[in-house]
Design a protein around this ligand. Structure first.
Ligand code: BTN
Length: 183
């Protein structure tokens, strides 16, 4: 196996491990919707930001695959195929596509982005995309009005903006380490 492939494999597995560790941090229940505030979505943003579309998506897909076969790797120890049909199914689906979106946007347009431009991209592709997809599913699955689902998701925005800022800051620092070859 080529050295580059081994590096990519290791980076992907490491990112999946980070996602699992973030899932061990307890969520904060909101009470008015069956979706907690979690830290794991910061790992999803980081996956796209740090590893790019291919490895980023693979690392999140691996997490979701492990969850689907029953490993309790989501926040609060949930796992199993049923979670994908539950109230948070839309967020989980969006988690799969967010690294593809984030990584592709950065790869194609972002080589000279400032911190703020990169932050704005993550807010669109890693916060709004996930929260809107999650709200659409939540509205349908839990029979909540779409406007109510969208409004209740506003509760996630302050925390999600902080997570986006951390993801950008960490990614930009890591890219400055030449040996990691993150581009
Ligand atoms: C799960 O553990 O089943 C998925 C939880 C999804 C939580 C979403 S991700 C986007 C938004 N921000 C949060 O902090 N929570 C929700």
């Amino acid at each position: 196996m080529k050295r580059q492939n081994i590096v990519h494999l290791t980076q992907t597995a490491l990112m999946t491990a980070i996602l699992i560790v973030l899932g061990m941090i307890p969520g904060i229940p909101l009470g008015f919707i069956p979706v907690p505030i979690v830290l794991q979505n910061m790992g999803v943003m980081m996956a796209g930001e740090i590893l790019g579309p291919k490895e980023g998506t693979t690392s999140v897909a691996l997490l979701l695959l492990l969850v689907a076969v029953g490993f309790p790797f989501l926040t609060g120890g949930s796992g199993g195929i049923a979670v994908f049909a539950g109230p948070t199914g839309g967020y989980l689906l969006a988690w799969l596509f967010a690294p593809l979106l984030i990584g592709s946007l950065r790869q194609h347009f972002g080589s000279r982005w400032s911190w703020w431009q990169e932050f704005l991209m993550i807010v669109l592709a890693g916060v709004l995309f996930i929260d809107i997809t999650g709200s659409l599913w939540l509205s349908w699955q839990s029979h909540i009005k779409l406007t109510a689902a969208l409004m209740s998701n506003l509760a996630f925005i302050p925390g999600d903006l902080i997570k986006a800022g951390v993801a950008v800051a960490v990614a930009r620092q890591l890219r400055r380490v030449p040996v990691l070859n993150l581009g």
